[in-house]
Design a protein around this ligand. Structure first.
Ligand SMILES: *Cc1c(COP(=O)(O)O)cnc(C)c1O
Ligand SMILES: [Zn+2]
Length: 435
């Protein structure tokens, strides 16, 4: 069975359209990323928001009618568990920021503990649909872990190229999932180029972020979840995100929902944008949420272009402790730029110190984020400080990855624990509160 609704691809640079061939990556004319085209009329004939919402599937596969792949089956495997992550409402964080309507969407609850599972689940489904053999990706760690995990779940062979400097927990994950792991003596960009060359040489199916159009299609499912939550999470049905009435969850937001997400290659933010655009095209959403991209100061190629008001993205020499968003030349930069520019959002940059502070803050709310995940929250702190976000705004912050992915960075975010002799007097001396 093949996907019913995939009608082709459109280049994000020259707008040329392409038929849905089995191995289409980027535009052959200019290397632009391809948007997946769907048959919205046909989707509307069989699906409504209410039929979607009535389903019992608790994973991203509940949105199958809006995805460009057929049902992959595999019930009872981790492939079937990707997505459908919680939206927490952390009161202490909201209070510390002076916000009345704050949610954190925690992607660390995905099977391999990052947002990347959404893309890898779709790519594995696509690989099986087109009977591709080996799948390959370059990765700073999370995309590889997600591909390795999803491939292992269904017995598919995966090859992962990662920089040798990737955090050990991520490399351990790759190895435990049984992928062929190749550590490259170079950065992510070097691993990326090598993986594309290897895919060409050996005929492998390449998952690379942005390069493979199905990655954004997987990532857009987070937008669907946010939309569904706000559409049905309220007592008043039938309102769009922009004007949900009554309480809970949002009472009288002053402007459209604001979404904060960290950005490296720019594929998560592009995927979110695509998801909301799909919903708009289907007539199921009235107004796009504002999308705010957050980059590390030391890896800010897209934020630099945004600040310059230009669509021309120039590579940087990336340096940040948030390894998952450390990228010299973003592979989905143009669409990532437009995701903020076309929704009334913005780009913000944050320092590594601000990212570590955000790791600590989220931790005290019960959410353990890796640095790249916490960067989005650091961006919100900055946006509130600059008055970009006001007290009545409704805000969703994405935590894109688990703190367990990079324990060394987590230890830098918090003070060391005291070591004491095993006696009560010593306990009293080190307590950080009064007894
Ligand atoms: C990949 C990743 C990002 C950034 O996603 P891009 O698509 O590269 O912009 C952010 N946070 C985490 C934890 C990631 O793994
Ligand atoms: Zn093109």
């Amino acid at each position: 069975m093949t996907a019913k609704h995939l009608t082709g691809y459109r280049c994000s640079v020259c707008e040329a359209e392409f038929q849905p061939g089995p191995l289409t990556y980027t535009c052959p004319h200019d290397g632009g990323n391809l948007d997946v085209l769907l048959d919205y009329d046909r989707i509307r004939q069989t699906t409504t928001p209410d039929t979607l919402h009535a389903q019992t599937e608790r994973s991203l596969w509940r949105y199958l009618p809006l995805l460009p792949v057929a049902d992959p089956g595999q019930t009872g495997t981790p492939l079937r568990r990707a997505g459908f992550t919680p939206l927490y409402r952390p009161p202490a964080l909201a209070e510390s920021l002076g916000l009345r309507h704050l949610w954190v969407k925690d992607e660390s609850s995905n099977p391999t503990a990052s947002f990347k599972d959404r893309a890898s689940a779709l790519v594995i489904a696509r690989a099986r649909e087109i009977a591709a053999g080996v799948v390959v990706t370059a990765s700073t760690g999370n995309a590889g872990a997600a591909l390795a995990g999803m491939a292992a779940a269904v017995g598919h062979k995966a090859v992962i190229f990662a920089p040798r400097s990737a955090p050990p927990a991520k490399i351990a994950q790759l190895l435990v999932y049984g992928a062929q792991v190749i550590l490259v003596d170079g950065n992510y960009d070097a691993a990326f180029d090598l993986s594309v060359a290897a895919a060409r040489e050996f005929g492998w199916y390449c998952r690379n972020t942005g390069y493979n159009p199905f990655t954004a299609e997987g990532k857009k499912t987070a937008a669907f979840e946010i939309w569904e939550f706000f559409r049905y999470g309220t007592l008043d049905k039938g309102y769009s995100i922009a004007n949900v009435g009554g309480a809970p969850p949002i009472s009288n937001p002053e402007s459209p929902l604001a979404i904060f997400v960290s950005v490296g290659d720019g594929n998560i933010i592009s995927g979110l944008h695509k998801g909301f655009k799909d919903l708009l095209a289907l007539g199921w959403l009235e107004e796009l949420p504002r999308i705010f991209g957050v980059q590390a100061e030391g890896s800010a190629a897209i934020a630099n272009a945004f600040a310059a008001g230009s669509e021309r993205i120039r590579p940087v020499s990336a340096s940040t402790l948030a390894d998952s968003i450390s990228v010299d030349m973003p592979r989905d930069g143009l669409r990532a730029l437009r995701a903020a520019a076309q929704t009334g959002g913005a780009y913000l940059t944050v320092s590594d110190a601000q990212i570590l502070e955000a790791v600590a803050q989220l931790g005290r709310a019960g959410i353990f984020a890796e640095p790249a995940g916490a960067a989005a929250y650091a961006g919100l702190v900055k946006a509130v400080g600059e008055g970009l976000i006001g007290p009545g705004d409704a805000v969703v912050v994405l935590n894109t990855g688990s703190g367990l992915k990079d324990v060394a960075a987590a230890m830098r975010a918090v003070p060391d624990a005291p070591v004491i002799e095993p006696e009560l007097g010593a306990v009293k001396r080190v307590l950080d509160f009064d007894v």
